[in-house]
Design a protein around this ligand. Structure first.
Ligand code: SAH
Ligand code: SF4
Length: 369
């Protein structure tokens, strides 16, 4: 399951690790920062772009490191301002990264708020019955370099789209770790990647604008609470009682609500920030009003925000989203109790934006040829 590339991804190096590697070659201490500036600040696309480095050093770097360990295979744009990027890794694995644009009033699309959704694994082992990502199980974890590479690809696309007349390095506003895979099952690579994304020598992106979403791996939630960088947390709840949750999320057997809820509470008390409870609405599975009432009680107890997401149909799976009226009635139970709730008019339905669907289709097409 572990994949070892022949060259280490440059996007997986920290300032310290790169400094140490360069010191072996007798390079001065400032060299690592210079190289990372080329990568993240000046957006060098090839070693030869790094003109302040000597040619022999560039040649050594090219042999030793992979500058960007992913290539853009497909960019599927949708009318409702979502871009879905399919990226190919060195072992031909495919991963998905999504750009979600939320237009702001009075300004053009180029100035919309942008949220980037990144993947952490190829496939997923958690087996949630409604999800396309997990259908074929877990292929492998992503390395830190492969996680960071997704964001650098987005930067390159956005740089080409809008002139870089901005004060910030990253051309987006939020990162959500909600793509393919269970981020907390690939914990070390996740934290290393987010550390690189956050660092001043990296993308300089604020930890408080990064949300990690988990299906509920309790020990790792508690570990995440102790991280020095204060990331935000979202929980894929999808069932407000063990009875319902267990039917659709096998993880609930190991970590039932009696374990999950106290862990979420511990996290939010430690951070003093609202946690988000994600709840996909699936017809006749979890859309009964009793579920809404139980969800309301949980959200109140946790002082959490609730994000209701109408289920996105997955080819080959029987689940359906409830009618609009039913979605509204569910949301109303929460609103009446003054719970902070959003009923997502989900983006990108027409480009298969729900996690794992684009990759699944492409792999199926590959197999068919
Ligand atoms: N594994 C993590 C993060 C990735 S999944 C987690 O489960 O939280 C990101 C979100 O998309 C989760 O809330 C997941 O339940 C949801 N999701 C999966 N399949 C979906 C579908 N077909 N329609 C709508 N949301 C879906
Ligand atoms: Fe994995 Fe999340 Fe999909 Fe569950 S919902 S199978 S944890 S990606």
């Amino acid at each position: 399951m572990k994949y070892t590339p022949d060259r280490a991804p440059l996007t997986g190096e920290t300032l310290d690790s790169l400094t140490a590697r360069l010191a072996e070659r007798g390079e001065p201490a400032f060299r690592a920062k210079q190289i990372l500036d080329w990568l993240y600040k000046k957006r060098a696309r090839s070693w030869d772009d790094m003109t302040s480095l000597s040619k022999p050093l560039r040649a050594w770097l090219a042999e030793t490191f992979d500058l960007l360990p992913a290539e853009l295979v497909l960019n599927k744009q949708s009318a409702d301002v979502t871009d879905k990027l399919l990226l190919g890794l060195r072992d031909r694995s495919l991963i998905e990264t999504v750009i979600i644009r939320v237009p702001q009033e009075g300004v053009g699309l180029d100035h919309s708020r942008k949220t980037i959704c990144i993947s952490t694994q190829v496939g997923c082992a958690m087996g949630c019955v409604f999800c396309a990502s997990g259908l074929a199980g877990l292929k492998r974890d992503l390395s830190a370099g492969e996680i960071v590479a997704q964001l650098l690809h987005v930067c390159h696309l956005e740089d080409a789209r809008t002139p870089r007349a901005r004060t910030e390095l990253a051309s987006f506003d939020n990162i959500v770790v909600m793509g393919m895979g269970e981020p907390l099952a690939n914990y070390d690579a996740l934290i290393r990647a987010l550390t690189i994304v956050n660092a001043g020598w990296g993308l300089g992106f604020g930890a408080r604008r990064i949300t990690v979403s988990t299906s509920g791996l309790v020990p790792k939630i508690l570990k995440l609470a102790e991280e020095p960088l204060g990331f935000r947390l979202a929980i894929s709840l999808h069932g407000a009682t063990d009875e319902v949750r267990e039917k659709i999320m096998p993880v609930n057997k190991a970590y039932p609500l009696a374990k999950l809820i106290p862990a979420v509470k511990a996290f939010s008390e430690k951070h003093g920030r609202m946690v988000t409870l994600e709840f996909i609405l699936i017809a006749e599975v979890n859309d009964a009003l009793e579920q809404a009432e139980k969800l309301r009680d949980l959200a109140r107890d946790l002082h959490a925000h609730v994000n209701l997401i109408p289920y996105n149909t997955v080819e080959g799976l029987p689940w359906k989203r409830p009618s609009l009226t039913r979605q509204e009635r569910f949301a109303e139970v929460l609103r009446r109790a003054r719970i902070s709730v959003t009923l997502r008019r989900e983006k990108g339905h027409d480009i298969d934006a729900a996690c794992g669907q684009l990759r699944l289709q492409t792999e199926q097409a590959r197999e068919a040829t």
